[in-house]
Design a protein around this ligand. Structure first.
Ligand code: NAD
Ligand code: WQD
Length: 333
C-alpha cells in the first residue's frame, strides 16, 4: 500500500514508519522537522532495510506538499503531525488550533481532492478529560480540560462530520494513552528538546545524570501509593496498532474511535522502581505539589481495539524501561 505519514520523523511516527516499511508499504513522510532530528529517516531506513520518501513541508502550507501528495497517489494517510505539549497549548492556544486543527483541515482538503479516503488520526486519551470511571471505554464522555485536548477532539469531530458527508471515507481516530519506550535497537526513540514534559523521559534523564532529581507531582491522590496512575504503552505496540488500523480502514467504512492502551496501570513510584531495576541506577526524587490539571488515574479499556483490529499490546513495563534506557544511554554517550 502507498501511505502518506505526516509527522513520520517524530517519536511515534518514526517507529510506525519502520513497521510500515518492513511490512512492504511504500511511505511518503511529510514533516517540517520542528520536533524531529534530521537523521531520523536515515535511521529508520537502516532499521527497515528500505527507505521512505521524505518531504520537508508544513501541513499548514498546502502549496508545500499538494503536488508531492498528488504525485504519490496514496491509498491511505496516517496523520501524526502536530504540537503536543499541554502547558505550551495553555500559553498559546491559537498556535495549537492553527497547527493541529488548521493543519489537519488543510491536509484533509488535499486528501479530498484525490481518491484517497483511508485515514488514521493520532488522537489522545486526553480527549476524555477527568475520567468519571476507569477503565475508560470509547463510550466515555469526551470533556478535554485544555486547548491541546480540545484541538484533538475538534479534529475527531471534523473527521466524523466528513464521514457523514462521504460514505467512502474509512477513518480511525486512535486515542493513545501514555506512549513510552523506544525501538529495541536503540536507534530511534523519544528525544525531547529541553526539559522533558513527560515522566519517562524525565526519569531517563535522571538515571543518566543529566538531571539531578525527579519531582513527583503529588502523593495524595486516591491511588494505592498516592501517586498518579497511568496506562503506559510501549511505542512498538503503539506502532503495531497503526498497522492494524491501516488494515481495518481497508475492510471497514465510516469513522470510529479506538483506545490504544494496555489496560494496566502503574503509579509514578512503580515507574521509578521499574526504571531503577532496568538501569541499575538510583532515581532520587522529591515529592512536590500536584501538577495543575493532572488526574489521579487514567487507564484504557482496550477491548474494542482487540475486537475491531485484532490488536493488543504485548510488551510490559520491563521492556518499556529497558528500551527507554538503552536509547537514552546511546543518545547521551
Ligand atoms: P513528535 O513531536 O515526536 O512528532 C510530531 C512530528 O510532527 C514531529 O516530527 C514534528 O516535526 C512534526 N510536525 C509538527 N508540526 C508540524 C507541521 N506543522 N507540519 C509538518 N510536520 C509537523 O510527537 P509524537 O509523540 O510522535 O506524537 C505524534 C502524534 O501523536 C501527535 O499528533 C500527538 O499529539 C499524538 N499523541 C502523542 C502522545 C504522546 O504522549 N507522545 C499521546 C497521545 C497523542
Ligand atoms: C504521568 C504521571 C504526572 C512528570 C501527558 C499529556 C497527554 C498525553 C500524554 C499527548 C502523572 C507524573 C510527570 C514529572 C511526575 N500526551 N509526573 N513528575 O500527564 O498522563 O499525559 O502525556 O496526547 O495529553 O497530558 O503524562 O508523563 O506527563 O505524567 O510526577 O516530572 O507522572 O503527575 O501522574 P500525562 P506525563
Amino acid at each position: 500500500m502507498r501511505v502518506v505519514v505526516t509527522g513520520g520523523a517524530g517519536y511515534i511516527g518514526s517507529h510506525t514508519v519502520t513497521l510500515f516499511l518492513q511490512a512492504g508499504h511504500d511511505v511518503l513522510i511529510i514533516d517540517n522537522f520542528a520536533n524531529a532530528a534530521e537523521d531520523v529517516p536515515d535511521r529508520v531506513a537502516g532499521l527497515a532495510g528500505r527507505e521512505a520518501i521524505v518531504l520537508r513541508a508544513d501541513i499548514t502550507q498546502p502549496e508545500s506538499y499538494l503536488k508531492a501528495f498528488e504525485d504519490f497517489a496514496p491509498d491511505a494517510v496516517v496523520h501524526f503531525a502536530g504540537l503536543k505539549a499541554v502547558a505550551e497549548a495553555v500559553a498559546d492556544p491559537l498556535e495549537y488550533y492553527r497547527v493541529n486543527v488548521g493543519g489537519s483541515l488543510t491536509l484533509f482538503r488535499i486528501m479530498q481532492g484525490t481518491e484517497c479516503r483511508r485515514l488514521v488520526f493520532s488522537s489522545s486519551a486526553t480527549v476524555y478529560g477527568d475520567p468519571e470511571r476507569v477503565p475508560i471505554d470509547e463510550g466515555h464522555p469526551c470533556r478535554p480540560t485544555n486547548p491541546y485536548g480540545r484541538s484533538k477532539l475538534m479534529v475527531e469531530e471534523i473527521v466524523e462530520d466528513w464521514g457523514r458527508s462521504d460514505d467512502s471515507l474509512a477513518a480511525i481516530n486512535l486515542r493513545y494513552f501514555n506512549p513510552v519506550g523506544a525501538h529495541p535497537s536503540a536507534r530511534i526513540g523519544e528525544a525531547p528538546n529541553g526539559v522533558p514534559n513527560n515522566l519517562m523521559p524525565y526519569i531517563s534523564d535522571v538515571a543518566q545524570g543529566r538531571r539531578e532529581r525527579l519531582q513527583v507531582f503529588g502523593d495524595d491522590y486516591g491511588t494505592p501509593d498516592g501517586t498518579g496512575v497511568r496506562d503506559y504503552i510501549h511505542v512498538m505496540d503503539l506502532a503495531d496498532a497503526h498497522l492494524a488500523a491501516l488494515e481495518l480502514t481497508g475492510r471497514a467504512s465510516g469513522v470510529e474511535a479506538l483506545n490504544v492502551g494496555t489496560g494496566e496501570g502503574y503509579s509514578v513510584l512503580e515507574m521509578v522502581r521499574a526504571f531503577e531495576s532496568a538501569s541499575g541506577r538510583s532515581i532520587p526524587y522529591d515529592v512536590v505539589a500536584r501538577r495543575p490539571g493532572d488526574v489521579a488515574i487514567s487507564l484504557a479499556d482496550p477491548a474494542m481495539a482487540e475486537a475491531r483490529m485484532g490488536w493488543k499490546a504485548n510488551l510490559g513495563l520491563d521492556e518499556m524501561c529497558r528500551d527507554a534506557w538503552a536509547f537514552t544511554r546511546g543518545r547521551n554517550t
